[in-house]
Design a protein around this ligand. Structure first.
Ligand SMILES: C[S@@+](CC[C@H](N)C(=O)[O-])C[C@H]1O[C@@H](n2cnc3c(N)ncnc32)[C@H](O)[C@@H]1O
Ligand code: SF4
Length: 416
């Protein structure tokens, strides 16, 4: 049960797209690149091995999807743009520059680009290509800074190579360089974590997104963990590890800017979507348009086929009641760790206190957030409990939704 809704099911029902964009004054854009040069055993994302021919056909399909939306969007301002994956940098020389060019011609883009990358793709020449493409915020999946943990995760580089790549990216002058770090790795010590944080701070990284290792049942990690007897960490152990990171980053002048992320004072934040409503392009991309959430098919071949046949690649959708929209809005704003009550009222024409006042008072009483006249701010304890709730519930939801969608290109229905 989700905040008053008795069941949540994504279905295949057809719906008219154009009316869903009416009344929207700005949008975020997400582009999914479902290719990687290797498949990491712990990774839940929608991806498969990179092949040039498939990437070229995927590019053609994306151009068609962009054209379809451009006819609907007209001049609607796009105020944030995120390229995620998989590994977007696999397509750096196969399609990506042309796709971006098409997007900037067809949509009213009023923003720079945030993009994910793999450390092994960040040669000096590739970094220059990335800057030339208009990427201002670059994220890289470093994951760990000790060789033994990189080996456990099957990452194809050493800690020394990772540090060299980070230094190169920082020198390049991006507005924001984000490094992803995974903690709660098998046998990881507090000293190792502290050392990793210190290295990142010294290298001048703008933001660090630190996630505990989530165990998705449909990834290969489950088998590996059994085979190597990797033990799971308890809640308190993970809390202590996160505290080691918090202390290191706060001590160096970084502030928490989302449940997972610590950003250096004066640096802009790196994040996936900065506006509440967004449009997703590509296989498995999701779109959230006020009263509907929908997902494209996860399978790149099915995605390409649909667009080649002149159909939209939408596989599943979920109509959102006013109550669900409010709950979704609140969840994502809390996730960003601070928000204004006035923004809620502007969006839903109801005071936040009238809808969620007693829940906020309870969370405030428990020390999980602080409430001012207008601003609500998540505390460190609140951020940790949000981690935990995510760990318990959303992994289950994501596993059902992503696990099924990866197996079946056009599922009839997925009940969460
Ligand atoms: C799309 S990847 C980043 C870009 C690129 N593909 C790479 O691996 O370098 C997104 C990030 O999600 C995080 N991630 C993936 N699987 C995870 C898991 N099971 N638990 C925690 N974090 C995970 C990693 O930090 C990873 O860098
Ligand atoms: S962690 Fe990155 S490189 Fe590894 S499979 Fe996932 S998306 Fe691909």
């Amino acid at each position: 049960m989700l905040l008053g809704e008795h069941k949540l099911a994504l279905k295949t029902e057809a719906f008219a797209l154009s009316p869903r964009f009416e009344g929207i004054d700005s949008l975020g854009l997400y582009l999914h690149v479902p290719f990687c040069r290797q498949i990491c055993p712990y990774c839940p994302y929608n991806k498969e091995l990179f092949h040039v021919v498939l990437a070229e056909r995927y590019t053609e399909a994306l151009l068609k999807e962009i054209d379809r939306y451009s006819a609907i969007l007209g001049g609607l301002p796009v105020t944030s743009f995120y390229i995620g994956g998989g590994t977007p940098t696999t397509m750096l020389h196969t399609g990506l520059p042309g796709i971006l060019d098409h997007i900037y011609r067809r949509f009213n883009m009023q923003c720079g680009i945030h993009m994910e990358s793999h450390p092994n793709d960040l040669s000096p020449a590739n970094l220059s290509t990335i800057v030339a493409m208009g990427v201002e915020h670059l994220s890289m999946g470093i994951e760990a800074l000790q060789d033994r943990h990189l080996r456990t995760l099957c990452r194809p580089y050493s800690a020394a190579e990772a540090q060299a790549v980070i230094a190169r990216a920082v020198e390049k002058g991006f507005e924001c360089v984000n490094v992803d770090l995974i903690f709660a790795l098998p046998d990881q010590t507090h000293e190792e974590l502290e050392l990793a944080a210190r290295v990142l701070i010294e290298l001048g990284v703008d933001q660090i997104a630190a996630y505990p290792l989530f165990r998705f049942p449909y990834t290969q990690w489950a088998q590996l963990a059994q085979q190597h007897h990797y033990r799971s960490y308890g809640l308190l152990q993970k809390r202590r590890m996160l505290r080691v990171l918090e202390q290191a980053f706060y001590g160096a002048g970084y502030a928490r800017t989302s449940v997972w992320a610590f950003t250096k004072a004066g640096s802009p934040k790196y994040c996936s979507v900065t506006v509440p409503l967004y449009l997703g392009l590509g296989a498995s991309a999701g779109s959230y348009l006020r009263d509907i959430f929908y997902l494209n098919t996860f399978n790149p071949e099915a995605y390409i086929q649909a667009l080649t046949d002149g159909r939209m690649p939408i596989a599943l959708s979920l109509e959102l009641s006013e109550r669900m929209q409010m709950a979704g809005w609140l969840y994502w704003r809390i996730y960003e760790t601070r928000f204004s009550k006035e923004d809620f009222e502007r969006r839903f024409h109801l005071p936040l206190d009238a809808v969620y006042g007693r829940y906020l008072r309870l969370l405030s009483f428990l020390g999980l957030l602080t409430e001012g006249e207008d601003e609500v701010v998540l505390t460190d304890a609140g951020a940790y409990w949000l981690h935990t709730v995510q760990d318990l519930f959303s992994i289950d939801y994501i596993s059902k939704l992503w696990g099924t969608s990866r197996q079946t290109p056009w599922p009839a229905e997925i009940r969460l």
